[in-house]
Design a binder for this molecule. Structure first.
Ligand code: DAS
Length: 355
C-alpha cells in the first residue's frame, strides 16, 4: 500500500516536473480540437490521394505524428467529433462553438487549432468568426491528402496552424484558415479546387498572409467585424433557424423553393445568376413568400463581386436582403444568426454589411 502511494507520488512529481518545464519554456498553450476530415484520413496505398476514408485517425495520433509541435506550443488535444466535413451541420457547429468559447475563457489557453475536413472548412470558419467571443487566435486546418499519402500535407499544415494559434501576431484577426503555408480570413476564404493542395483562396479580396518556417507573417487585415466584436451569442441556443439555399440556373423554377417552404424553413438564400438575378418565374414566388413572412437573401452563384441592393431587383419594394460579397453558403450562416437577434430586414441588411 505504502509502495503504491510512493509510486503514485513519484509519478505525479515527474508529470508535474514535465509540465512545469514545458510551461517554463514560456511556450503558448494551444488546444487542438479534432473534428475529422482528410487530415485524419487513411488511404489504401501511399499514392491514394483521392477515394480514401476521411475521419479515421484520432487527435492523439495526429499530435504524436508531429513531435515538432512541442517546440512551438504546449499542446493538448480533444476529439470533439469525428466526421467527414460534408456531414457538418448546425448541431455540430453549436457543440464546437460552445467548446471553443469555454476553452478561450480559460486563462491557461492562448489559442485553439481546429482540425477539420476541407469541404466545409470555409463555413465552419465563418460561423465561428461570428460567434467566438474572444480575440485569441482560432486557426482551422485541414489537408488535401490523407495522413497515409506520400507527401501528406496534414503534418506541416498542423505544425503551421499550431505555430500561428500560439503567435501574438494572430491575436484579434478573426478566425483564420491555414493550409499550404497561406493564412486566409474566415469571411473571404473558399475552397477553389476539388483536389489540389493550394485549393484555399480568398479570390480577388486576397489572403491575409503566409507562414514562413513556422512563423505567421501578416500583410492584410479584414475590415469586417468578427469574434470579440460580434453581436451574436449561441451560448444558450440548442437549435438554429431553418434556412436553406436555392440555386439559380437556366430553366429556373420554384420546385426547391417550395420544398423548403413545405419543410418549414424561415429563410431562403437564393444563389442567383450574375448579380443575383431572379428569373421571371422565381421573382414573383420569392416576393409572395416574403409577404408571407419568409426572409429572402438575394445572393449569387458567382464567386466574386458584390450583389448590389436594388440592382437586378427592387429590393426595397420586395423587402429582400442582399448578400453583398458573401457566398450563398456563408449568407445562409449569417441569415440564421441574424434571425436569432431580429426580424427586422433593415437590421438584417445592416448585419450583412457589417460582418
Ligand atoms: N471529405 C472531405 C472532408 O472531410 C475530405 C477532406 O478534404 O477533408 O471535408
Amino acid at each position: 500500500m505504502l509502495v503504491t502511494k510512493f509510486a503514485r507520488v513519484g509519478f505525479t512529481a515527474a508529470a508535474l516536473c514535465t509540465a512545469v518545464l514545458a510551461q517554463a519554456a514560456g511556450l503558448p498553450n494551444v488546444t487542438i480540437l479534432a473534428t475529422g476530415g482528410t487530415i485524419a484520413g487513411t488511404g489504401a496505398t501511399s499514392t491514394t490521394t483521392v477515394g480514401y476514408t476521411a475521419a479515421k485517425i484520432g487527435v492523439e495520433k495526429l499530435i504524436a505524428a508531429v513531435p515538432e509541435l512541442q517546440k512551438v506550443a504546449n499542446v493538448k488535444g480533444e476529439q470533439v467529433f469525428q466526421i467527414a466535413s460534408e456531414n457538418m451541420n448546425n448541431d455540430y457547429w453549436l457543440k464546437l462553438a460552445k467548446r471553443v468559447n469555454e476553452l478561450l475563457a480559460q486563462k491557461d489557453v492562448d489559442g485553439i487549432v481546429i482540425t477539420h475536413g476541407t469541404d466545409t472548412i470555409e463555413e465552419t470558419a465563418y460561423f465561428l468568426n461570428l460567434v467566438v467571443k474572444s480575440k485569441k487566435p482560432v486557426v482551422i486546418v485541414g489537408a488535401m491528402r490523407p495522413a497515409t499519402a506520400l507527401s501528406a500535407d496534414g503534418p506541416i499544415n498542423l505544425y503551421n496552424a499550431v505555430a500561428t494559434a500560439g503567435s501574438p501576431d494572430a491575436v484579434g484577426r478573426g478566425v483564420l484558415v491555414a493550409l499550404n503555408d497561406e493564412i486566409q480570413g474566415a469571411r473571404d476564404v473558399t475552397k477553389t479546387n476539388t483536389m489540389t493542395a493550394n485549393t484555399f483562396r480568398s479570390p480577388e479580396l486576397g489572403s491575409l498572409g503566409y507562414i514562413v518556417s513556422g512563423k505567421p507573417v501578416f500583410y492584410r487585415a479584414s475590415t469586417k467585424k468578427n469574434t470579440a466584436d460580434t453581436e451574436f451569442d449561441v451560448s444558450k441556443l440548442d437549435k438554429l433557424p431553418a434556412v436553406d439555399i436555392a440555386f439559380g440556373a437556366a430553366n429556373a423554377n420554384n420546385i426547391a423553393i417550395d420544398a423548403f417552404v413545405a419543410a418549414g424553413d424561415v429563410g431562403i438564400v437564393y444563389a442567383g445568376t450574375g448579380d443575383g438575378s431572379l428569373s421571371s418565374v422565381v421573382r414573383p414566388r420569392l416576393t409572395e413568400l416574403r409577404k408571407q413572412g419568409l426572409y429572402i437573401v438575394r445572393s449569387s452563384r458567382i464567386s466574386n463581386g458584390p450583389v448590389v441592393r436594388n440592382g437586378e431587383n427592387d429590393d426595397d419594394a420586395t423587402d429582400f436582403v442582399v448578400s453583398d460579397t458573401l457566398s450563398p453558403q456563408k449568407a445562409r450562416i449569417l441569415l440564421m444568426l441574424a434571425l436569432t437577434k431580429t426580424k427586422d430586414t433593415k437590421e438584417i441588411q445592416r448585419m450583412f454589411y457589417t460582418y
